[in-house]
Design a binder for this molecule. Structure first.
Ligand code: NAP
Length: 261
């Protein structure tokens, strides 16, 4: 355990916590004293493995399967977390998808709807539920401790690069996440809730294979300023700092974790 534990007695929900950056954030948040709600969409076994690693290291964690693009599933997941874990104090909107490389003039309606439903709407649904539980504003009855908290959104360097010829839809969704971060941070700053984002560059995870380019990291790494991709843990470290009280005067920030890209 670190000396400056910040999550003691509170729960953080990490969406897409079963793999990659989300799984790293789960493990590092647990080491920082958070009880961790590990969300996955389909791969329950992977989420259970993250939970087992945290519990094996002396932490507290449970897995919650829900598609963040479904408002009903998100509501049910938060109710289940309320019933099973300490009060919510953190949310990491990490769940995200890419699609195969395509020009804008060839993008289907189905592709666009999935891209924005998971990457943007899902973050709004989860943030709404988290704010209802964390806001210090007198709100009467309702779940949660109303003791403030922190939200960390996961953007992408694509938001500034644009993803031309590859995935402008994904880049635009992440641009939306950055504007969401700036606006929401101001909206809830007076209610004890900080909202920030991380902007990862090329990170070695399975997401590249799901976009049809399993070799992407190996191909791009030599062209990156540090001549290497980042690791999920390197992004996770920025996420847990933004969750923690160590970043208590930081809100509305987009933290680059791009290795200078
Ligand atoms: P990953 O290895 O592909 O993992 C994606 C995670 O999201 C999995 O846990 C997956 O769960 C979950 N997920 C997918 N769709 C979901 C849904 N509808 N509802 C709930 N969970 C869902 O991805 P990653 O590389 O760690 O990426 C994590 C975040 O970082 C994403 O927002 C991504 O856009 C962003 N990012 C990644 C990179 C990079 O180079 N890796 C760069 C910039 C930004 P299941 O396994 O159950 O489907």
């Amino acid at each position: 355990m670190r000396n400056e534990t910040q999550g003691q007695g509170r729960t953080v929900l990490v969406t897409g916590g079963s793999r990659g950056i989300g799984a790293a954030a789960c493990r590092l948040a647990a080491a920082d004293g958070w009880a961790v709600a590990v969300n996955c969409a389909r791969d329950r076994a992977a989420a259970d493995a993250v939970v087992a690693a945290i519990v094996g290291a002396g932490g507290q964690a449970l897995a919650f399967q829900a598609d963040v693009a479904s408002d009903a599933e998100v509501r049910a997941m938060f109710a289940a977390i309320d019933a099973a874990l300490p009060p919510l104090g953190g949310l990491v909107n990490n769940a995200g998808v890419v699609d195969v490389a395509t020009r804008v003039d060839a993008m289907s309606v189905e592709r666009l709807q999935r891209m924005f439903a998971i990457n943007v709407f899902g973050s709004f649904y989860c943030a709404r539920e988290a704010i209802l539980r964390m806001t210090t504003k007198p709100a009467g009855a309702g779940p949660g401790a109303h003791a403030g908290g922190a939200i960390v959104n996961v953007s992408s360097a694509a938001a500034k690069l644009g993803g031309p010829g590859q995935y402008v839809d994904y880049a635009a969704a992440k641009g939306g996440i950055e504007t969401f971060t700036i606006g929401l941070a101001k909206e809830v700053a007076g209610e004890g809730i900080r909202v920030n984002a991380v902007r990862p560059g090329i990170i070695a995870t399975e997401i590249h294979a799901s976009g049809g380019t399993p070799d992407r990291v190996r191909q791009i790494a030599p062209q990156l300023p540090m001549h290497r991709a980042g690791t999920a843990d390197e992004v996770g470290e920025a996420i847990v700092w933004l969750l923690s009280g160590r970043s208590s005067y930081t809100t509305g920030s987009i933290v680059e974790v791009t290795g200078g890209r």
